[in-house]
Design a protein around this ligand. Structure first.
Ligand code: PMP
Length: 407
């Protein structure tokens, strides 16, 4: 059915599209309907099931009629479980009015930006980053100031880069560790060095996206800004959720801890958009946070061995280089040397987007191009996949690359 001729999108959506990652996932699924052998390494979600105790808590919530509207930004019981989590795992004390729960960390981040940005306000975003940040900042009326962070500096923002990027209009620094897509991790020493710069600019807040906290292989303990720099804690919004830690991406529960003024402003946005997150999912999230935590360790170990497998395999591909990420479940492979080869140029494979299209259509492997994250010339491969899928994907990529290099 066609649209009526006068329809037009709001100018707010100018330059903003459906996330490229979601688009590639959809394209891969479509291709899979005609070719049943498509391997998708594009999704940003654990391939494990939600633990049974958590599923049962959800079922029990339905059976006990926890199916009505709840408190706007999270039930008191879930907020209590989140406070215990922050205390137990991060050594952070928060009051109930310093916690907000939304439908995923994504909504929580959106609420923060909508509630605080005015036109001209700047958010410093180190790249490569999860591209949603950039679109959300724009949708919220702000301006993203991207700071490219190269592989040579571990894909991390340096204090010097931060100092050089701050302006009188800077409202937030947005940090994500472990990072999607690079797997880079900011240790306490890195955060302390950034904190030193931030101390001199009291108007600037820090958003710390800790969603991959539990997918960490670095031997150093997980560090987060509010705990590393306690004097900055009033300026930090710590964002987290149950999606990645407990394989609960579809349940849609994320949360934030911040000063009450920030939490109240976020509640206004949520109150006029989605209202409370799903009541059943909130009950399940309590069990995830309070229940046995052993699945976190076993799944992290599984991810670690898959990481080693895929990174080792990628480094055997001609002209491909991939560093060992310290966290999350993505390999971020440098394809620039491969893309510089004249054989590829002759075949029209001139950038990471074209290379991904080639891998999808000719090798049936779905991968996300690095340009989506502000890292052109790289590819992001999610290793939230079985060993067999990883091996098969690598095999196909090897054949594909060799075919491209053949004259
Ligand atoms: N932050 C980052 C860096 C992510 O990669 C994601 C999911 N892809 C999210 C936040 C959102 O997670 P959710 O909304 O499922 O909690």
């Amino acid at each position: 059915m066609g649209c009526w001729p006068e329809f037009s999108r709001s100018a707010k959506l100018n330059g903003i599209g459906i996330s490229e990652i979601i688009r590639i996932g959809t394209e891969a699924r479509k291709l899979a309907t005609s070719h049943d052998d498509v391997i998708s390494l594009s999704a940003g979600e654990p391939d494990f099931s939600t633990p049974d105790n958590v599923k049962l808590a959800g079922i029990n919530a339905i059976l006990t009629n926890q199916t009505r509207y709840t408190a706007l930004d999270g039930t008191a019981a879930l907020k209590a479980a989140i406070r215990r989590k922050f205390q137990r795992e991060n050594g952070l004390d928060y009051a109930e009015n310093e916690i907000s729960v939304g439908a995923g960390a994504k909504q929580v981040l959106f609420n923060i930006l909508m509630a605080t940005l005015d036109p001209g306000d700047e958010v410093i975003v180190p790249t490569p980053c999860w591209t949603t940040y950039l679109d959300m900042i724009r949708l919220a009326g702000g301006t993203a100031t991207v700071v490219p962070c190269s592989e040579e500096t571990g894909f991390r923002l340096s204090p010097e880069q931060l100092a050089a990027t701050l302006t009188p209009r800077t409202r937030w620094l947005l940090l994500n560790s472990p990072s999607n897509p690079t797997g880079a991790v900011y240790r306490a020493s890195h955060l302390a060095a950034l904190g030193e710069v931030l101390r001199a600019v009291p108007r600037v807040g820090i958003i710390s996206d800790d969603i991959y906290e539990h997918v960490l292989y670095d031997p150093a303990p997980f560090a987060t800004m509010a705990a590393t720099c306690p004097d900055l804690k009033p300026r930090v919004v710590t964002v987290n959720g149950v999606s990645k830690a407990y394989s609960m991406t579809g349940w849609r529960v994320g949360y934030a801890a911040a000063a009450p003024e920030v939490i109240t402003a976020m509640a206004i946005v949520q109150s006029q958009s989605s209202s409370n997150p799903c009541s059943i999912s909130q009950a399940a999230a309590i069990e995830a946070l309070d229940g046995p935590q052993d699945a976190i360790t076993s799944r992290r170990n599984a991810f670690r061995s898959r990481r080693d497998r895929i990174v080792t395999g990628l480094n055997t591909l001609p002209h491909v280089h991939c560093t060992m990420p310290d966290g999350a479940f993505y390999a971020f492979a440098d394809m620039r040397a491969l893309l510089a080869r004249p054989e590829l140029k002759r075949k029209g494979i001139i950038d990471d987007a074209a290379l991904c299209r080639y891998f999808l259509h000719e090798c049936h492997v779905a991968i996300v191009p690095g340009f989506c994250f502000g890292g052109p010339g790289y590819l992001r491969l999610s290793y939230a996949a079985s060993d067999k899928m990883i091996d098969d994907a690598l095999e196909r990529m090897k054949t594909g690359v060799n075919r491209l290099l053949a004259v």
